[in-house]
Structures are given as structure tokens and as C-alpha cells.
Design a protein around this ligand. Structure first.
Ligand SMILES: *Cc1c(COP(=O)(O)O)cnc(C)c1O
Length: 314
């Protein structure tokens, strides 16, 4: 703990299936781990990860196997990864930041055997942006807690001396470990607990339906704008746990690029942030998860204005 992120000679390899590499896997390397990538890209076909590839990558230096929750094509599913990992005494760490909703995932991934699961506190739960929930095996959670201690104490005065020093688990109290730059304030903890209680108490099905209706209002409002085609994303072909609308834009007719439209929306009054997950299809995405009742009318009006600014509206 005192040496991190220097890991020479330690178990410092984390195995990860290539389709699970995201910009967020940077966080796995933060403590000094090296990623060992396995699997082929290019699903469907033979572009997939095979269970034996994961097993063959496990060595005496393997610290964990990482798993990113999501619909990455061609990956070995969580339960199978867990079976391989546990055969070799290696923990499985799941990035479940975006796994909510559905609310059932708060327990399902642990039930599937994952050893550590991290949820974002600031996404679907709606808690503080700088918070998250880490669940899993008690010993691993305790290890994470110890890396976060920010203490000016002595062995004789550490309140956990019985648990960690007298038991011989640690030679001395940890001080300002690798978790120190990520320390969690009591404001975040309280905010997250309150947000989690509210999240669990919500009627998720009714909320989903209400969001769908809000998006419907926007879709209807754009129906007569030339060069614009707005529609709900088909939940069968575009599996998302929350309603999403896609607004396809004919840039020739509208007379400005999708990027310019996104910038005009965020720079406008009120600022409107749209999903950029459809940029490659020359479209903008709409998600209603943070819209208050009635705000969809404002969004629809603003969209009509921005999309008609070049005078092509009917
Ligand atoms: C959003 C996200 C994160 C980061 O979550 P934060 O709460 O913003 O730290 C990590 N991994 C994945 C897959 C995500 O979608």
C-alpha cells in the first residue's frame, strides 16, 4: 500500500477482454496495474473472446479480472468469467457505473459472483457526481477503505489497532494511500445515501413511461420541420434501459452541421445538453431522465427554433 503506484515485483496484472476497454479503464491503471488484454475484436464471426483466452492469461502476477457491464458484443459473460476467475482464486471487478436502471442490477451482479462492483452515484441514482457505491467481498472493501485513510495517528492510538495491528494484518497504520486523491467527503456520503433511498422508492416503470411521453411531445413538435426526422429508438434493436429519441438531421437542408446544432443548443438560453451518442449517424440523441415535468415543451420549442434558424422551416 505504501509503495503504490509502484508495483515492481507485485501481483499487478488485470486481465480484460478487449471489447471491455473503454476510456474509463484508465482508472484500473491508476494504482499501478497493467492491463493484460485478451480476445479478438470483430464480432460477429470469430471476432470474440473465448473463455480459454481468459484462463490462459492468468498467471502468478494476476491481481484481478476486470469486467465492464454493458452490451459489448462477443464477450464472455460475467458468470463464465467468475467461474474461471474463482477456479484460480482471482477476484472479478465489475465496472457497473452505467448498469442502472434496472434497479435489480444493484444485487444481480453480486449474485452472479462478482467480487467487487462499482456503481456511479451521480448517474441514474441521481446522487452527488463525485460519489459512487462499491459493493462486494468484505475483505476487498476493507482493503479499499484502508487505502483511503487520511490519518495523523500512531500505532498505539489508531482506533482500528485491534482489528489490523494486534491481529498482525498490518505492520502499522496506513497513511495517505492511493485512495487519498479520491477521498469521499461526508457531504457526498449523506447525499448518496439520501439519493439511493429515493431511487429505491421510485416507481421505475411509471417514470419510464413519463419520460417516453416527454420525448413523444418533442418528436411530435418536430414532425413538420423540413430536414428533420425524429423518432423513439426501437427498444428491441437499440437496447437501452431508459427511453431515448433520435433526431436525424439532413445537414444539406438544415444548412448547418450536427455539431453546430449541438453547440447552439448548449450555448442557448436555457442551455440544453443532448446526447452525442448518435453523432456518427449525423443525429442527436434525446434522453428525458433529468427533465422536470413541462420542460419538454421548452426543449421542443428551442429545438424547433435552432433547427429552423436557417429559414427552412415549413
Ligand atoms: C459513467 C461511467 C463511469 C464513470 O462513472 P462516474 O460516476 O462518472 O465516475 C465509469 N464506467 C462507465 C462504463 C461509465 O459509463
Amino acid at each position: 500500500m505504501d509503495r503504490l503506484p509502484e508495483t515492481t515485483g507485485l501481483r499487478d496484472e488485470i486481465i480484460i477482454q478487449r471489447p471491455h476497454l473503454t476510456a474509463y479503464t484508465h482508472a484500473l491503471r491508476l494504482a499501478g496495474a497493467k492491463l493484460v488484454e485478451v480476445g479478438y475484436l470483430g464480432f460477429p464471426g470469430q471476432g470474440m473472446t473465448w473463455p480459454w483466452q481468459i484462463e490462459a492469461a492468468i498467471t502468478a502476477r494476476t491481481a484481478a479480472i476486470a469486467y465492464s457491464f454493458g452490451n459489448a458484443p462477443g464477450v464472455v459473460p460475467l458468470a463464465a468469467v467468475v467461474a474461471i476467475a474463482h477456479r484460480h482464486g482471482v477476484p472479478v471487478i465489475v465496472d457497473a457505473a452505467a448498469a442502472l436502471p434496472p434497479v435489480e442490477n444493484l444485487r444481480a451482479l453480486i449474485a452472479a459472483g462478482a467480487d467487487l462492483v462499482a456503481f456511479s452515484g451521480g448517474k441514474a441514482i441521481g446522487g452527488p457526481q463525485a460519489s459512487g457505491i462499491l459493493v462486494g467481498r468484505a475483505a476487498l472493501i476493507a482493503s479499499v477503505a484502508l487505502q483511503h485513510q487520511d490519518m495523523d495517528v500512531y500505532p498505539e492510538t489508531w482506533t482500528w489497532r485491534g482489528r489490523y495491528l494486534e491481529s498482525g494484518v498490518l505492520p502499522g497504520p496506513p497513511h495517505h494511500g492511493i485512495g487519498r486523491p479520491m477521498k469521499v467527503g461526508k457531504e457526498e456520503i449523506v447525499g448518496l445515501v439520501v439519493a439511493l433511498r429515493r431511487f429505491l422508492a421510485r416507481d421505475h416503470a411509471a417514470e419510464r413511461e413519463a419520460q417516453r411521453r416527454q420525448l413523444e411531445t418533442i418528436i411530435v413538435a418536430l414532425a413538420d420541420v423540413r430536414g428533420v426526422e425524429a423518432a423513439h429508438m426501437n427498444e428491441r434493436t437499440f437496447p437501452r434501459p431508459y427511453p431515448t429519441a433520435c433526431v436525424r438531421i439532413d445537414e444539406m437542408i438544415i444548412g448547418r452541421s450536427v455539431e453546430a446544432i449541438i453547440n447552439a443548443l448548449i450555448d442557448g438560453e436555457p442551455a440544453i445538453a443532448v446526447s452525442q451518442n448518435f453523432l456518427h449517424e449525423r443525429a442527436i440523441g434525446l434522453v428525458a431522465s433529468v427533465l422536470r415535468p413541462g420542460e419538454e415543451v421548452t426543449v421542443a420549442e428551442r429545438l424547433r427554433t435552432v433547427l429552423s434558424e436557417c429559414g427552412h422551416s415549413t
